[in-house]
Design a protein around this ligand. Structure first.
Ligand SMILES: NC(=O)c1ccc[n+]([C@@H]2O[C@H](COP(=O)([O-])OP(=O)(O)OC[C@H]3O[C@@H](n4cnc5c(N)ncnc54)[C@H](O)[C@@H]3O)[C@@H](O)[C@H]2O)c1
Length: 330
């Protein structure tokens, strides 16, 4: 049987995540990377032409786009490409403002194109195995979830200013993971946060270190620890305790060995930034998008999942401002 024609994709924004996605697309036999809308040589080296956003929107040879530009450009670009009839993958969040996201999702619905939102932790093979164990009933009913997510180092000031802040840029991954694991609505959120890594952020009200406690409808509790500094690597762990046991996904290393000597037991460093820790997740994420576009199956996570995660991130912000727990439903 003949193989279906590859989906022809363009990547918009070839910065940190755009280069990861360009590589994932170039390596996927179900895809062809036809254009990149950012003149970074590493992305172009995958054989793609460098083109402008408007040229890509007008190009009938482009079936789909992966939007990897800075956050405050996403909603306009999603609408531009939805109106051009392209299938859209967009990095999280769709926009820092939930009202703007709702308006954008209306446009996408009216255009009838798929929109997948880049919540890539859902595709991490270790977190997927953890979810599979929960779904198989191995730990019984979920009672407590602890999610640790720390970046190795702070991000550039321009990125931070255009990102929507810690909750909408970083915590959003973890609240999405909580929704993914819980399978039920979160009904309250309480956040504490400070600028401990870069006290210079305090003047603008931005924070870089946060703890968020959320409660789901059944009473299940979720604790999220976030920080923009982890000198030991990209700290990404999840522990879920249930009525019959516990399942945990630990940090990853390039080589899983322990060297024992008279000074103690030593392990190689953790995988550092998300570009190495999340490579497998990003490849699986793009593969899921391509599969949905090729078969017409619904994309997951879609726009509504992206919106729900943003609503929870906004609840964390509201809690920080009010100093107490806030009611939410997402
Ligand atoms: N899923 C994840 O794990 C993950 C990780 C990092 C970033 N992100 C998201 O991806 C987005 C990009 O983050 P990044 O770290 O790659 O940022 P970055 O600053 O490294 O790259 C952004 C790139 O977009 C380009 N750009 C900006 N506006 C553009 C426009 N209008 N048209 C074309 N190119 C444009 C910039 O020139 C830059 O090269 C952010 O929204 C962020 O939230 C997701």
């Amino acid at each position: 049987m003949a193989r279906p024609a590859p989906i022809r994709l363009a990547v918009l924004g070839a910065g940190r995540i755009g280069q990861v996605q360009a590589r994932a697309i170039a390596a996927n036999p179900g895809a062809r990377l036809v254009a990149v809308a950012d003149a970074l040589p590493e992305a172009a080296a995958h054989g793609a032409a460098v083109a402008g956003v408007e040229a890509i929107a007008a190009d009938p040879r482009v079936d789909a786009v992966a939007i990897c530009t800075l956050t405050d450009t996403h909603a306009d670009l999603i609408e531009r490409f939805a109106r051009a009839g392209k299938a859209v993958f967009c990095e999280k969040p769709v926009d820092p403002d939930a009202g703007r996201v709702r308006a954008c999702l209306e446009v996408v619905r009216a255009c009838g194109v798929p929109l997948m939102v880049g919540c890539n932790r859902r595709f991490d093979p270790h977190f997927r195995a953890l979810k599979a164990a929960i779904d198989a009933g191995r730990i019984g009913r979920i009672e407590q979830v602890a999610i640790t997510s720390r970046d190795p180092a702070p991000l550039p000031a321009e990125y931070v200013a255009r990102s929507g802040g810690l909750f909408r840029d970083m915590t959003i991954h973890d609240v999405d993971m909580a929704r993914f694991l819980l399978g039920e609505a979160v009904v309250s959120g309480h956040a504490v946060a400070s600028a401990l890594v870069d006290p210079g952020l305090r003047a603008s009200g931005e924070v870089d270190t946060a703890t968020v406690v959320m409660v789901a409808e059944s009473g299940t509790q979720v604790v999220i620890s976030n920080a923009r500094r982890a000198v030991y690597g990209h700290d990404q762990r999840i522990e879920v305790a249930g009525s019959k046991g516990m399942v945990a996904a630990e940090n990853q290393r390039a080589a899983d060995i322990v060297i024992a000597d008279a000074q103690g037991c030593h392990a190689p460093p953790l995988l550092d930034v998300f570009m190495t820790r999340c490579t497998a997740a990003d490849a699986a994420e793009i593969a899921a998008f391509l599969e949905a576009v090729a078969t017409g199956a619904p994309v997951s996570p879609g726009g509504e999942d992206g919106l729900a995660a943003l609503v929870l991130a906004e609840a964390a912000r509201a809690s920080l401002a009010s100093g107490g727990p806030v009611a939410v439903r997402a």
